[in-house]
Design a protein around this ligand. Structure first.
Ligand code: AR6
Length: 184
């Protein structure tokens, strides 16, 4: 499904983010940029060793939670990978929502800085980091909707949800945002 907000389209698909043909793919990384499992492992595997070489060389101190850094994309069908660090869920009273929102916003700002017209996000923090999917969907989609309305770019923001449960959680929230926006 997709919804238009101003000049931007927010789209939801179920699938594998490493197969997306977009200008930038977002990785759900850890603050040491050390690689790992989940989507991080899949992106590094598909992109090849150049990604780890570049993160080590350019970002030896890693990346703080709630922020993101850019690298090239190796063998992926994208120009850039943005490595975003979402928060570990600790019950909801440790600024998890703010930090997740700020990780998405950092990626959208990098997209503008690198002239990307399209970007694909995974559901950051909803795997190993245990952020509840419905709350993550609310934070991720409302942050993205606000960014679209403020900046009018990038043209396409695609959320690539790995499983049916994640797709359902994001679809319910996107429908609510479309209704609130006057689109029924
Ligand atoms: N395409 C799209 N989504 C995927 C894919 C894929 N190929 N593979 C998994 N997902 P996670 P986090 C989904 O755990 O919670 C890593 O070890 C997955 O189903 O990858 O932010 C890092 O190095 C889930 O919905 O990221 C960090 O240490 C979502 O991606 C830590 O995990 C995020 O799950 C980050 O944890």
């Amino acid at each position: 499904m997709f919804v238009q907000f101003g000049k931007c389209q927010i789209e939801l698909v179920q699938g594998d983010i490493t197969l997306q043909e977009v200008d930038a793919i977002v990785n759900a990384a850890n603050s040491r940029l050390a690689g790992g499992g989940g989507v991080d492992g899949a992106i590094h595997l598909a992109a090849g060793p150049v990604l780890m070489e570049e993160t080590r060389r350019r970002y030896p101190d890693g990346c703080p939670t709630g922020s993101a850094v850019a690298t090239s994309a190796g063998r992926l069908m994208a120009k850039h990978v943005f490595h975003a660090v979402g928060p570990v869920w600790g019950g909801g009273h440790r600024k998890e929502r703010e930090l997740l929102s700020s990780a998405y916003e950092a990626c959208l700002n990098l997209a503008i800085e690198h002239n990307c017209e399209s970007i694909a996000f995974p559901a950051i923090s909803t795997g190993v980091y245990r952020f509840p999917k419905d709350q993550a969907a609310e934070v991720s989609l409302s942050t993205t909707r606000d960014f679209c309305l403020d900046h009018g770019r990038p043209q396409l923001i695609r959320f690539v949800l790995f499983d049916e449960g994640s797709y359902g959680a994001f679809a319910r929230v996107l429908e609510d945002l479309a209704t609130a926006d006057g689109q029924s």
